[in-house]
Ligand binder design. Structure first.
Ligand code: C5P
Length: 207
């Protein structure tokens, strides 16, 4: 069973994807981390994230970069959103994601284009959304709790800029697949959102 979980940053898609993977005993891939690694590698190379050539060269990042805590920062998220615009970067990362999705037994992947491009044949597609305000508050609390000095307004502006780039890019924009089920987590506590997602998957499995 392939489960595709797409949606914008801090919508709760990562939490839902991890919980589904644990519940159904499936491996999970956070595909945003791959784009974050490319963004970070461009910066380590002293390259320009807006240059397709520099971003493509950074797709050769070493695997241990995926464990770098720096990838979780807002700076890396912003770089990821810039490198992910380039079609050659997207195709360089395609095969790795596709292989993960099609492994025997199935998998859960979260990202922006899993249900539309990486695994259009996914058995269940979820599109997780939440208001910019709620997402900014969540990201703010997360960063503040990890000891970072952050401002709510700056986070909200950054999220809005990233949404704009992710939604309007030509190649694989952030968009719900026609057969995706949308979950709006704006007013849903974590456990409720997870239970709702599990119920949707179970319902699909019964059909
Ligand atoms: O989900 P996360 O915030 O870690 O993703 C970082 C950035 O990577 C996103 O803003 C998006 O531009 C890009 N991304 C993408 N396609 C994916 C996953 C992430 O373009 N499947």
């Amino acid at each position: 069973m392939i489960i595709a979980v797409d949606g914008p940053t801090a919508s709760g898609k990562g939490t839902i994807a991890k919980a589904l993977a644990a519940h159904f005993g499936l491996p999970h891939l956070d595909t945003g981390l791959l784009y974050r690694a490319v963004g970070r590698q461009v910066s380590l190379n002293g390259g320009d994230p807006d240059s397709e050539k520099d971003a493509l060269a950074a797709c050769q990042f070493p695997d241990d970069l995926l464990a770098d805590p720096e990838l979780r920062t807002e700076v890396s998220g912003g770089l990821a959103s810039r490198v992910s615009i380039h079609p050659k970067v997207r195709s360089a990362l395609f095969e790795r994601q596709r292989q993960f999705a099609t492994q025997p037994g199935g998998a859960v992947l979260d990202g922006r284009d899993i249900g539309t491009v990486i695994a259009p044949e996914a058995d269940v597609k979820l599109f997780v959304i939440a208001s910019v305000e709620r997402r900014a508050e969540r990201r703010f609390a997360e960063l503040r709790d990890s000891g970072r000095d952050v401002m709510l307004e700056a986070i909200a502006a950054d999220l809005a800029a990233r949404d704009e780039r992710d939604t309007n890019r030509k190649d694989s924009p952030l968009i719900a697949a026609p057969d995706a089920v949308t979950i709006d987590t704006s007013d849903m506590p974590r456990d409720e959102a997870v239970a709702h997602a599990i119920a949707i998957v179970e319902d699909r499995m019964r059909r």
